[in-house]
Design a protein around this ligand. Structure first.
Ligand code: ADP
Length: 219
């Protein structure tokens, strides 16, 4: 499932993010105003472009509306970060993720339409604290070749059935580890077999990649 990403700002965070997504097999467009950084990343991602993201014209030809997500990784230059986020929203990008250096910065970016905000230092500190306190098995799972955890809207055939009737564990080797209920908002961890799936639920599943792919295509 190859996805398309654009990363604007190829400083430390943007650079690592862009190269990591490319190594995962996705198509990655990198954008920076600094020609040296663009040159440096050119051979490590799909495409790298010198552009000033504060200039709406400069983003016009980059087809940002086609990307699965556009990440604005301009941290310290508040003005540029805000203008770039506005411009990316104006281009019709579907999922806009922006990096913020402070809570206030994050609030501004949310107000102008960013769908998600990353606070790299804060987020990493929280993850580090959790890992130090309690090494989590979830940290090892991504390294189990052939298995993934995915979240999925239930296929129409699931609606109104309980987990015993669906019997995903015996039919497909898939374990339902949690269910996000949207109305009212709630997460049911390790649901029992009596849980009845609703149209508005999101299933969080652990299982073999091929079985998960089959389910995504309609169950
Ligand atoms: P980090 O801490 O991850 O290195 P920085 O905030 O220092 O993040 O890096 C921001 C990056 O964004 C720099 O590489 C800078 O050249 C780039 N940048 C800043 N303004 C613009 C802009 N208007 N258009 C495109 N890239 C920009």
């Amino acid at each position: 499932m190859k996805k398309q990403f654009a990363i604007i700002g190829l400083g430390n965070f943007g650079f690592y993010l862009a190269t990591a997504l490319f190594q995962m097999g996705h198509e990655v467009l990198g954008i920076d105003i600094n020609p040296k950084l663009v040159q440096e990343i050119r051979d490590r991602i799909s495409r790298a472009v010198i552009a000033d993201a504060t200039d709406p014209q400069a983003l016009k030809e980059l087809e940002l509306e086609k990307m699965d997500a556009v990440v604005i990784s301009i941290g310290s230059l508040l003005n540029n970060s805000i203008l770039a986020t506005l411009n990316v929203k104006d281009r019709g990008a579907r999922r806009v993720v922006a990096k913020a250096v402070s809570e206030a910065h994050g609030r501004i970016l949310t107000k102008i339409g960013a769908d998600e905000i990353y606070f790299p230092e804060k987020d990493l500190a929280l993850t580090a604290a959790q890992r130090l306190e309690n090494p989590n098995v979830l940290d090892y799972l991504p390294f189990m070749e052939g298995y993934s955890i995915v979240q999925l809207a239930p296929p129409p055939s699931f609606i109104g059935k309980n987990l015993i009737e669906l019997d995903l564990i015996n039919r497909l080797g898939i374990q339902v580890i949690a269910i996000k209920e949207l109305v009212p908002e709630n997460v049911v961890m390790i649901p029992t077999g009596r849980f009845v799936v609703k149209d508005s639920d999101i299933l969080i599943l652990l299982g073999p990649d091929d079985a998960l792919a089959e389910l995504k295509e309609g169950g």
